[in-house]
Write a protein that binds this ligand. Structure first.
Ligand code: MN
Length: 147
């Protein structure tokens, strides 16, 4: 039998709850999360939809697992390792293993994107003081990151 989540308009899917991005923390701003698939034995990947409100941002973090992102709505930017990339609708971005990353919505528009991850994954790490200082030694990255 087909397993279909019907889109109900405006980036909401039938029966899917709009959750907080994370349970706690002040190191991110204005982000919601919807879990579209928890993955299955033959396809062990979780598919989520995140939406960052205008001027909001995700946590600056890194981890061993990778992200595959598909932008669906709005505009923004992402830090991935030493690079800051612009994000526009339907762009596809891979965040490799172990690189520092952070997503930001533009000032005027939200940023909504699908994010695929392995269903069994390590916990994100936030930068230590020295790691943050190292990242911020690049002035472009220093101006971009929020922590
Ligand atoms: Mn991440």
């Amino acid at each position: 039998m087909a397993d279909v989540l019907k889109h109900q308009g405006n980036f909401h899917w039938k029966g899917v709850e709009v959750l907080d991005y994370k349970n706690e923390g002040t190191h991110f701003q204005s982000v919601t999360r919807q879990i579209l698939s928890k993955g299955h034995h033959e396809l062990p990947a979780e598919l989520r939809y995140f939406e960052i409100a205008p001027a909001g941002y995700s946590t600056l973090e890194r981890h061993e697992h990778e992200h595959l992102i598909v932008v669906l709505k709005g505009r923004g930017q992402a830090l991935s390792g030493a690079e800051i990339v612009t994000l526009d609708p339907f762009d596809v971005v891979r965040i490799p293993s172990a690189v520092w990353h952070q997503f930001r919505a533009s000032r005027g528009e939200p940023l909504g994107f699908l994010c695929l991850v392995h269903k069994d994954r390590d916990r994100p790490q936030r930068p230590e003081v020295e790691q943050l200082a190292q990242l911020q030694s690049d002035p472009v990255i220093a101006a971009f990151v929020r922590s």
